[in-house]
Design a protein around this ligand. Structure first.
Ligand code: PMP
Length: 298
């Protein structure tokens, strides 16, 4: 077997269209619109201590993505929860994530949305440490890059080529990730978000700043939980766009995503942030997020 085939075989038991099977046996048609048009949406739910983190919020966002694209959800919420729990059991997952996607399904290739195509639900588990990682202990570096995505970034589609491209460029430049930058209506450049996470900075006065929700960014589930937990703790939060210069002058910086929680950023486009180590506000918000997320885990 090639290395890739071995890696796939190690992917454990997956769910495809109502059935559970070894990953290497899962098959979909090349006429699936996910393959031909990138026509589908997805969610990633993290598992800690065998429990699903922020599950209801991921379902709410899934519904939103589906509705925006007139896609039908092929499974009830209760069954989706049961499916994810079964993947946790089948794969003996104590820590990691569940990836799930819904595509519009198989149809003769046509730009029109097909009548009567049956949406295809595919899900798999990834067994990996999320909590205690070198990145969470030491922080990561980001570089700036142009935001090349479409205009509806609030829809969590499987069209991840711009993000994947950005990450490849970051790797080439020796950075861990890209903070995407876009010109605002006022003619100034602003950070939108990371390639697969929401971007945050802490200014010299301890104010925590992250971009407000709009169609410009994905409405991060982790962002929402972290925001609420930080607010409840009395931390001053400002939801507004910030510039690359503000980011580089920040006292601290971090990103949020389901799989990385609250992840310190210690270098931005070559500039060391603070003393180059995860800062106190970032650590506090990470702790607050994890406490809130674990409390509601299911
Ligand atoms: N922004 C983008 C572009 C993302 O891909 C993700 C993660 N999928 C996020 C933000 C973070 O969202 P969440 O906290 O729901 O994982």
């Amino acid at each position: 077997m090639t290395d890739l085939a071995t890696a796939l075989a190690g992917q454990g038991i997956v769910y495809l269209d109502g059935a559970y099977m070894p990953a290497a046996e899962a098959r979909v048609s090349p006429f699936d619109r996910a393959y031909l048009f990138g026509d589908g949406v997805y969610e990633v739910v993290t598992v800690l201590d065998r429990k699903l983190i922020d599950f209801p919020a991921h379902i709410t966002r899934l519904e939103r993505s589906l509705a925006a694209l007139s896609l039908r959800k092929p499974i009830a919420d209760a069954s989706l929860l049961e499916m994810m729990r079964r993947l946790v059991r089948e794969n003996d997952l104590t820590e990691g994530l569940i990836y799930m996607q819904i595509s519009r399904g198989v149809a003769p290739r046509s730009f029109d949305w097909p009548e009567g195509a049956a949406p295809v639900l595919f899900a798999f588990a990834v067994n990996k440490p999320c909590l205690d990682t070198p990145a969470s202990r030491n922080g990561v570096s980001v570089m700036f890059g142009e935001d090349r995505r479409w205009k509806r970034r609030d829809i969590k589609t499987i069209n991840l080529l711009p993000a994947s491209w950005a990450k490849a460029e970051a790797a080439e430049q020796g950075a861990d990730d890209v903070w995407m930058v876009e010109r605002g209506p006022d003619g100034r450049d602003y950070v939108t978000e990371g390639s697969s996470n929401n971007a945050w900075i802490v200014d010299a006065d301890g104010r925590v700043i992250t971009r407000a929700l709009s169609t410009d960014i994905l409405h991060g589930v982790t962002r929402a939980t972290a925001l609420a937990a930080a607010k409840a703790d009395g931390i001053t939060l400002v939801e507004r766009a910030f510039t690359p210069a503000e980011a580089q002058a920040a006292a601290e910086a971090f990103v949020t995503s389901a799989s990385a929680f609250v992840l310190p950023v210690v270098k931005i486009d070559g500039k060391i942030i603070g003393d180059g180590a995860p800062g106190p506000v970032t650590k506090k918000i990470r702790a607050l997020y994890l406490e809130a997320a674990r409390r509601s885990a299911m």
